[in-house]
Write a protein that binds this ligand. Structure first.
Ligand SMILES: NC(=O)C1=CN([C@@H]2O[C@H](COP(=O)(O)OP(=O)(O)OC[C@H]3O[C@@H](n4cnc5c(N)ncnc54)[C@H](OP(=O)(O)O)[C@@H]3O)[C@@H](O)[C@H]2O)C=CC1
Ligand SMILES: Cc1cn([C@H]2C[C@H](O)[C@@H](COP(=O)(O)OP(=O)(O)O[C@H]3O[C@@H](C)C(=O)[C@@H](O)[C@H]3O)O2)c(=O)[nH]c1=O
Ligand SMILES: [Mg+2]
Length: 303
């Protein structure tokens, strides 16, 4: 099986490459080879490579810069995925795509289900919603997985930002009124891999819209406290963390206060559930490469 994945160094792209390495030939096409903002290039690459499956793990993910780079965000997150869907349909192969909790406005009292009406608060969320719609407008086999608060040991994410700031600063303020589920990129890759293998074995088509995030919930402040606890155990914690309200942390884009995704459809249809966010974070931070990174940081501090 030949699997085309968009992106090469993204959090999810990296984990998918590892997860799917044993399932066939994985072609992870970075930005420089396949620019999602370039429809002609997308068509050319897909027609040339003729994959058996396409996974769109690339996206414009800079939430605040998107407010002033609307055109680029929509080109990468909406029009590009629409073209990928057309090309997948042309080859008769499925497209797996990822979306976000930021398609919602966060005003619902409980966790969001797939049928809840989306209402993005910012450009990033609006562009991701437009991407879902562009894909759904094409007749074909498409699986859309909405996840939330993705972190890993690579790239740009809240875990790595907090690890750095908590070791550098004396004090850190973190918003405590935005609630969601931090989700390890590896958990997403593992679940995606399980779905792909069932499709390969003829058990289910890769179809539908699913919420897919870690079990449990916390705030960004709660997430930061867990990261701090880990640094404390390692002896490298410096900063004190103070909980604040999001209105006291001004940003270009407004974030939803409630980012909770109800994942029971995934459980019902696929019998799949992601681990709870705390145990996944623990596994991530105790992965051999996390320990190496921490030793490296400690060594640098001692020099
Ligand atoms: N990060 C998060 O917190 C969340 C992410 N998601 C969604 O999950 C998916 C994966 O996100 P994540 O792994 O965190 O993303 P990252 O920000 O880690 O990586 C983004 C990837 O997109 C690629 N990319 C950016 N611009 C382009 C472009 N113009 N053409 C082609 N590729 C491009 C980058 O390419 P290159 O490797 O070449 O640099 C990179 O591989 C996305 O759909 C995202 O919207 C959903 C919820 C939360
Ligand atoms: C760095 C920092 C952030 N914050 C706040 C800002 C914001 O409300 C929250 C998270 O900040 P970030 O900018 O890391 O997160 P953000 O970029 O908004 O993360 C989002 O990314 C996109 C791609 C998604 O799809 C979402 O699911 C979500 O993960 O924490 C603090 O309160 N203190 C701090 O020191
Ligand atoms: Mg960000």
């Amino acid at each position: 099986m030949k699997i085309l994945i968009t992106g090469s160094r993204g959090q999810l792209t990296r984990e998918l490459q590892l997860e799917l390495a044993g399932d066939g030939k994985v072609l992870a096409l970075g930005h420089n080879v396949l620019d999602l903002a370039d429809p002609a290039q997308i068509r050319e690459q897909v027609r040339l490579l003729r994959p058996d499956l396409i996974i769109n793990a690339a996206a414009y993910t800079a939430v605040d810069p998107a407010e002033r780079e609307r055109e680029q965000a929509f080109a990468v997150n909406a029009r590009g995925p629409g073209v990928l869907a057309e090309e997948a349909a042309r080859l008769g192969v499925p497209l797996v795509h990822y979306s976000t909790d930021y398609v919602f406005d966060g005003r619902k009292a409980g966790a969001y289900i797939e049928q809840d009406p989306p209402r993005p608060l910012g450009v990033y969320g609006a562009s991701k919603l437009a991407g879902e719609q562009a894909i759904q407008a094409v007749a074909g086999e498409q699986l859309i997985l909405r996840t939330s608060w993705v972190y890993s040991l690579h790239g740009k994410n809240f875990l790595l930002t907090m690890q750095r700031l908590l070791q550098e600063r004396d004090e850190l303020s973190v918003v405590a009124d935005e609630i969601g589920a931090p989700t390890w990129a590896r958990s997403i890759a593992r679940t995606t891999g399980a779905m792909i293998r069932r499709w390969r074995d003829g058990q289910r088509p890769l179809e539908g819209l699913y919420h897919l995030s870690a079990e449990g919930e916390t705030s960004w402040y709660g997430f930061a406290c867990s990261i701090a606890e880990h640094l404390q155990n390692q002896g490298t914690l410096r900063a004190r963390i103070e909980p604040i309200r999001s209105c006291d942390y001004p940003t270009a884009a407004q974030r939803p206060l409630n980012s909770r995704l109800d994942c029971s459809r995934l459980q019902r249809d696929w019998d799949l559930q992601l681990p709870d966010w705390e145990s996944a974070l623990h596994e991530c931070l105790n992965a051999p490469c996390a320990i190496q990174l921490a030793r490296h940081a400690a060594l640098q501090q001692s020099l």
